[in-house]
Design a protein around this ligand. Structure first.
Ligand code: SF4
Length: 446
C-alpha cells in the first residue's frame, strides 16, 4: 500500500497595522486592543504595506485633532485600503464615511469587542492561535522602562469646553486589585516608572463606593490614597497625572515627602481667574490653589507641578488674564502647556458670550509662555549643584538622555549626561546638575 504524502502548509499569519493618535488614555486603549489581537495569533505589522488590515485609533477632542484623525485615515486608505476606525472620533461615523467611504468599520471609544470583531471580519484569526506569544504584562507601545496605568474610564465632571463625558461616559473605576495586578506585572517585566492616568485620577473609586478587593491577603480600598500607597510599595517610580485639587489630595503629599511615590502632580488647572473657572465649570475650582500648593511644598519641598491652561476662553477679560499671570508667578508651576481656546463641536462653551478675537488669544498665549518660561527657568536653576536621581530614557552618540523625578516622559524636560554612552534605558543613576535653561538640565554622574 502506498501513502500519498500530505502537503504541509504553514498558515499565513494575519497581520494588523496600528495607528494610535491622541492622549495617553487612547494609547492605553490601543495597547489593550493590540494585546487582545496578539493573543489571538495576529502579528502587528510595522508598516502599511505589510498589513492585511489597518486599525486607526482616532482622537476627537479638538477640531484640529479630528482633522489629524481624518488625515491619518486618508493615509491608511491610500497606502493600504483596508481600514478600521476606532477611538473618540468614531462617534462621528457619518463624517468619517462621508470623507472616506471605503473604511471597513467604524467603532467608538472603549469598544474593544467591536474593534476585534471588525478585525476578525476583515482578516480571520488563525484557527489555532499561539496564546503564549503574549507576555503576561500585555503589549505596550511605550519603551520597556515606563508604562501608563489607567485606573478608571470616563468622568463625572461636566467642564463646559469638553465633550469627553459624552464620548466616554461617567466615571467607571477599575477594582483596586485589578490595577495592582497589572502594575505588579509591569514592574516584574522591567517597568521602572508607572504613569497613573484617567480623566480624573483623584476621583478614583467614588463610583464604586471605594469598594475593597483582596490584595496580597489584605483588603485594599479603591481609594486614591490607598491605591497610591499600594503602588508605592512596588518599588517603581509612581507618577500621578490628571489630578484635581480636591481636599483629599493633601493626604498623598506625605507619601511624596517619604519618597513612596514621586513628588509630582499633573493638575490641569486650565485657568486661575474665578470667573473663568466658573464659566469653564471646572472641578474643585473654589479651592485656593496657590495657597494649597504652597502648603504642599511646605510638606514636600521638591514637589513639581505640571499643568495645562487655556487662554482666550469666552468671556476672559484682560483682568482675568492678568490674574492668571500673577497666579502663575505666585504658584510657581514647574511646567505648563498653554492652548488657545478652540470651540469643540457639541461643547456647552460654544454658546457662551464674549468670544475672544484670535489676535488677542495669540497675544495672550505669547505673554503666558514668556511668564511661564521665567518661572520654569528659575525653578530649574535651583537644581544646579544638587545631586538627583535620573532615569535614563535613551542613549545617543553624545551621551545619555534621562529625566529627573520632576519630569514626565514626552511632556516635560530632559537631563543630558554628555559622554555617558555606557548607560542603558531604564537605568536610574545619581547625577550632579551642572547647568540649566528654561526646559532642560545638564549633569554628570555623581
Ligand atoms: S474633568 Fe472636565 S476636561 Fe477633564 S474629562 Fe472631565 S469634563 Fe473633560
Amino acid at each position: 500500500m502506498s501513502v500519498k504524502p500530505t502537503s504541509v502548509r504553514t498558515p499565513k499569519v494575519p497581520k494588523v497595522g496600528f495607528v494610535s493618535l491622541g492622549c495617553p488614555k487612547a494609547l492605553v486603549d490601543s495597547e489593550r486592543i493590540i494585546t487582545r489581537l496578539r493573543s489571538e495569533g495576529y502579528q502587528i505589522a510595522p508598516d502599511y504595506e505589510g498589513a492585511d488590515v489597518v486599525v486607526v485609533n482616532t482622537c476627537g477632542f479638538l477640531d484640529s485633532a479630528k482633522a489629524e484623525s481624518l488625515d491619518a485615515i486618508g493615509e491608511a486608505m491610500a497606502k493600504n485600503g483596508r481600514v478600521i476606525v476606532t477611538g473618540c472620533m468614531g462617534v462621528e461615523e457619518g463624517r468619517i464615511r462621508a470623507e472616506h467611504p471605503g473604511v471597513l468599520a467604524v467603532t467608538g471609544p472603549h469598544q474593544y469587542e467591536q474593534v476585534v470583531t471588525a478585525v476578525h471580519d476583515a482578516v480571520p484569526p488563525l484557527h489555532d492561535p499561539f496564546v503564549d506569544l503574549v507576555p503576561p504584562e500585555g503589549l505596550h507601545l511605550t519603551p520597556r522602562h515606563y508604562a501608563y496605568l489607567k485606573i478608571s474610564e470616563g468622568c463625572n465632571n461636566r467642564c463646559s469646553f469638553c465633550i469627553i463625558p459624552s464620548l466616554r461616559g461617567d466615571l467607571a473605576s477599575r477594582p483596586a486589585n485589578h490595577v495592582m495586578t497589572e502594575a505588579e506585572r509591569l514592574v516584574k517585566a522591567g517597568v521602572k516608572e508607572l504613569l497613573v492616568i484617567s480623566q480624573d485620577t483623584s476621583a478614583y473609586g467614588l463610583d464604586i463606593k471605594y469598594a475593597e478587593s483582596p490584595w496580597k491577603g489584605q483588603p485594599l480600598k479603591a481609594r486614591f490614597l490607598d491605591l497610591c500607597s499600594a503602588l508605592g510599595d512596588l518599588g517603581a517610580w509612581v507618577r500621578l497625572h490628571y489630578v484635581y485639587p480636591y481636599p483629599h489630595v493633601d493626604d498623598v503629599i506625605p507619601l511624596m515627602a517619604d519618597g513612596k511615590i514621586l513628588p509630582y502632580l499633573d493638575i490641569p488647572f486650565q485657568h486661575a481667574s474665578p470667573a473663568v473657572l466658573k464659566a469653564m465649570r471646572r472641578p474643585a475650582h473654589q479651592e485656593k490653589t496657590a495657597a494649597r500648593i504652597a502648603a504642599w511644598r511646605n510638606v514636600c519641598p521638591d514637589l513639581a507641578i505640571r499643568s495645562t491652561f487655556i487662554v482666550g476662553f469666552p468671556g476672559e477679560t484682560e483682568d482675568d488674564f492678568q490674574f492668571l499671570l500673577q497666579w502663575l508667578k505666585e504658584a510657581r508651576i514647574n511646567r505648563a502647556g498653554c492652548f488657545k481656546y478652540e470651540p469643540v463641536a457639541g461643547a456647552v462653551a460654544n454658546d457662551l458670550p464674549g468670544a475672544v478675537p484670535e489676535e488677542v488669544k495669540e497675544e495672550r498665549w505669547h505673554r503666558f509662555m514668556a511668564a511661564q518660561q521665567e518661572v520654569s527657568a528659575a525653578l530649574l536653576a535651583e537644581k544646579v549643584g544638587r545631586t538627583i536621581p535620573v532615569l535614563i530614557d535613551e542613549i545617543d552618540d553624545e551621551g545619555a538622555i534621562g529625566r529627573s523625578q520632576s519630569d514626565a516622559p514626552e511632556i516635560d524636560g530632559a537631563v543630558y549626561l554628555d559622554g555617558e554612552t555606557d548607560l542603558a534605558p531604564g537605568d536610574i543613576v545619581q547625577a550632579r546638575i551642572t547647568a540649566s535653561d528654561d526646559t532642560d538640565l545638564e549633569g554628570e554622574l555623581a
